[in-house]
Design a protein around this ligand. Structure first.
Ligand SMILES: Cc1cc2nc3c(=O)[nH]c(=O)nc-3n(C[C@H](O)[C@H](O)[C@H](O)COP(=O)(O)OP(=O)(O)OC[C@H]3O[C@@H](n4cnc5c(N)ncnc54)[C@H](O)[C@@H]3O)c2cc1C
Ligand code: SF4
Length: 334
């Protein structure tokens, strides 16, 4: 790991001012914020990231979880994943978020990991993490080792011929189904970015993963008030029950009464190059009976555009079954 300078800013304005001098906020940034360090330090040890300056956000007053006047929730950028998952308002109103976070990593990692850091965690594609291998995301133009290589865990939705890396976060999938908004303080002022617009598809520039620019400090995330009478849950399928990333997962937020679905928000994990909101599935569920046939139609719609690689074709049926089962669980006795 190369040596680096550590900056401890006194407030968000100073943190943003220091990082605004970076060449990029994307892969290869020379100045980076650091929060829990559970993604960044790993990548620095592997020489995948080599920032010269780390700007420590841990002492900024961004660690609160508070109800908003409209009944929603505001979550500070440095709130630890454990604190978020176990917060009474999250357990009561946003079960899908609590379950998604608790399904990820380990207790120790969740105690360090932060809300902003989780939003920005990087792919687990093995070629990205190995500097001896070609990887367009790490080194644009070098090729993609995964497309004709080991791609069992990689994406089937939102891929390009430059990159098929999966967004690995569980929290992001729940946030997508909850229609979270990410609040950023940047060189040009503050802005609020719906999570659907925050991560970008790889296209021809897989090194660019979000809309963030140099100087953009995530300050907090807001969740809208919970839809009245909704039930939500997160179902994660993986090779083993703990300490493992999703092969396929589903976050569902459903309102149903008398066997009929009146509102549905669906997002999928483990299958997309970004947290995968499926408005197609939502369309097949809304105003329909809560039956297995309806759930299957929704799952077919969600995976309609899936493009499998040599080793991950099994994910199409796995993801469909994951969504169908999550919907069954969420609508039981509705
Ligand atoms: C062994 C292991 C297993 C894991 N398993 C899972 C799993 O099953 N599911 C899952 O979802 N995750 C899993 N994770 C990932 C883990 O959740 C993330 O590493 C963690 O959420 C990152 O948060 P952090 O605060 O440590 O981020 P850091 O490493 O500190 O930062 C990550 C990125 O965010 C940027 N950043 C941090 N704060 C800000 C801010 N306020 N504004 C702008 N940019 C910021 C940093 O510059 C950096 O680029 C695992 C991690 C490990 C190491
Ligand atoms: S899938 Fe993306 S991250 Fe993985 S090797 Fe290809 S370009 Fe790199």
């Amino acid at each position: 790991m190369k040596t680096f300078q550590l900056t401890k800013p006194k407030d968000g304005a100073q943190a943003s001012a220091v990082t605004s001098k970076a060449k990029t906020a994307q892969q290869g940034a020379d100045i980076r914020f650091i929060a829990g360090g559970t993604t960044l330090i790993d990548l620095m040890k592997l020489s995948v990231e080599q920032p010269q300056n780390l700007v420590d956000v841990n002492r900024l007053p961004l660690d609160k979880i508070e109800a908003t006047p409209d009944g929603g929730l505001t979550i500070g950028a440095t709130v630890r994943n454990s604190d978020l998952a176990w917060h009474p308002l999250v357990r009561k109103n946003y079960q899908v978020l609590s379950e998604a976070i608790l399904s990820g990593a380990t207790v120790q990692i969740r105690n360090m990991a932060t809300t902003a850091g989780n939003l920005l965690q990087r792919t687990r594609c093995v070629y990205f993490r190995d500097t001896a291998m070609p990887c367009n995301k790490r080194e644009p133009g070098s090729g993609c080792g995964a497309i004709n290589g080991f791609n069992r865990s990689l994406a089937i939705l939102g891929t390009s011929d430059q990159c098929i890396a999966t967004n690995p976060s569980d929290m992001n999938v729940a946030m997508a189904a909850l229609e979270a908004v990410i609040h950023v303080r940047g060189a040009k002022g503050e802005r609020a970015i719906p999570i659907a617009d925050f991560h970008v598809l790889p296209g021809d520039t897989p090194q660019r993963e979000t809309v963030l620019e140099p100087g953009d400090l995530i300050t907090h995330v807001t969740l809208p008030p919970p839809a009245p009478g909704n039930r939500s849950l997160y179902l994660k399928l993986r090779d083993r029950m703990s300490y493992e990333f999703a092969l396929a997962s589903a976050a569902v937020v459903i309102t149903a009464a008398n066997g009929k679905i009146t509102r549905a928000r669906i997002a999928m994990g483990g299958v997309g190059t970004k947290p995968w909101r499926s408005t197609e599935a939502e369309g097949k569920l809304t105003d329909q009976s809560a039956t297995e046939a309806t759930f299957r139609k929704a799952a077919d719609a969600a995976l309609r555009d899936a493009k499998p690689q040599s080793q991950n074709g099994f994910k199409i049926e796995l993801a469909k079954r994951c969504l169908v089962h999550a919907l069954k669980l969420a609508t039981q006795s509705a």
